[in-house]
Design a protein around this ligand. Structure first.
Ligand code: 7TS
Length: 410
């Protein structure tokens, strides 16, 4: 069991009131999580005490900043059990990581009539880059469908793999709308048999469960710091060393070069070949503090807490008459994300009403319009949890839904 009271004390924002005197119930964690004081302090400590550019100067400040920045790379590698620190590329976030792969590896390896597969429950950031690439190359983009339980219909993958034309399968390890945990190892196994590359979007999984890249055995992996207690503007692309070595650079500029001449340039070693320009030093350092924080709790404990709170919320929510919940009803098959609709109340109206009670949820298409089409809705409401959320907060949320029901007379 985790000590929620101690954890909550580390998050200054949880003490603030909203709408004058309402306690904040923050259930929008799938969008971004709150930050503990340890992360905030590590960023301000950098600016207060050793602000400097990295990898360039020999003075003490630069050495301290470089060491702190590079120590996050080691922490990330250990956190996701990557074999080599050189395989960890810092980017702005999941979106940039996927675009990097599409623009470099994709342009080099995908041609006319090739197939890229994604799924119907992807975030737009794992759809649009592939649309851009396939349109440019005259290739095809195909989808693994979602069944009525909110799970992927994996048989559909076999049919495409049989064609021998699939170059890449790109999918999310956890849906940001349905919470569904993808059977990732099974997909990787099927793809490996056919020599097909796999990209896994870990934006929702890495913050919430233990991820082991050596076990997962995919080829590309992307995630964002800000969904796991870290700052915005930092994320990770992990890719196999041999792939990164053969990929052309994404951005050209400082730091990514070894030698530049008038007409020719040679590239720096990995991972610097993919980190052009002054990076987001402060926030990478803050990301390191976020990983330390999660490691101290233990990812097994994080997951355990989330299952408990999700189970509780699914149970309470399904007792509210008129509620439709999307995705698997078994809390062990999903992360702490619950999308739902209440009667015919528009999700934006519902979110606005319950916000008056201090409950912050997300409403809309959650950057997953392909899934909205599949579910035949224009939008859903979504409550998403993290380590600092409590059952009392779930109760407050449910109470607020009853107030909305009364207001809308349903
Ligand atoms: N992939 C998944 C599965 C996501 O949930 C998100 C963000 C992204 C990619 C993009 O991450 P970014 O850090 O590059 O923006 N998801 C959400 C969400 O569910 N609500 O706001 C952002």
């Amino acid at each position: 069991m985790i000590n929620i009271e101690n954890i909550r004390n580390d998050f200054p924002i949880l003490k603030r009131k909203v709408h004058k005197d309402k306690a904040l119930v923050y259930f929008d964690n799938a969008a971004t999580t709150q930050k503990p004081i340890q992360v905030i302090n590590s960023i301000s400590n950098y600016y207060l005490n050793y602000n400097s550019n990295i990898h360039r100067a020999v003075h003490e400040l630069a050495e301290e900043a470089t060491a702190a920045y590079e120590s996050t790379r080691d922490k990330v590698a250990k956190f996701i059990n990557a074999k080599n620190r050189e395989e960890i590329v810092f980017v702005r976030g999941t979106t940039e990581a996927i675009n990097l792969v599409a623009y470099t590896w994709g342009r080099q390896n995908v041609g006319k009539d090739d197939i890229i597969i994604t799924t119907e429950y992807e975030h737009h950031s794992n759809i649009v880059p592939w649309q851009l690439l396939t349109k440019e190359k005259g290739a095809r983009l195909e989808y693994i469908g979602v069944d009525d339980n909110g799970e992927l219909i994996l048989d559909q993958l076999d049919k495409y793999l049989e064609t021998g034309k699939v170059k890449l399968v790109a999918f999310s390890q956890m849906s940001n709308v349905l919470g569904t945990i993808t059977d990732s190892e099974e997909i990787v196994r099927k793809c490996k048999k056919k020599g097909v590359r796999v990209l896994v979007d870990g934006a929702q999984s890495v913050p919430h469960m233990k991820v082991d890249l050596q076990k997962l055995d995919c080829d590309f992996f992307a995630f964002s710091a800000h969904k796991m207690l870290g700052p915005t503007g930092v994320g990770v692309l992990w890719a196999r060393k041999e792939l990164l070595e053969n990929m052309v650079p994404f951005n050209g500029g400082g730091d990514m070069i070894r030698e530049v001449h008038k007409y020719e340039t040679s590239w720096n070693d990995l991972p610097y070949k993919f980190e052009a320009g002054t990076p987001n030093i402060a926030d990478v350092i803050g990301f390191g503090a976020a990983i330390d924080y999660l490691e101290k709790i233990g990812m097994d404990k994080v997951r355990e807490h989330e299952i408990e709170i999700t189970k509780y919320a699914l149970d309470k929510l399904s007792q509210v008459k008129g509620v439709k919940i999307y995705g698997p009803m078994n809390a062990t098959k999903r992360g702490g994300v619950i999308s739902f609709n209440l009667g015919d109340i528009h999700p934006h109206d519902l979110a606005t009403i319950i916000d008056e009670d201090g409950i912050a949820i997300r409403s809309g298409h959650h950057c997953a319009q392909v899934l909205m089409e599949r579910l035949d809705v224009s939008a859903t409401s979504r409550a998403s949890f993290y380590i600092y959320n409590t059952k009392d907060e779930v109760d407050a949320f449910i109470k607020s839904l009853y107030r909305a029901k009364e207001l809308f007379k349903i």
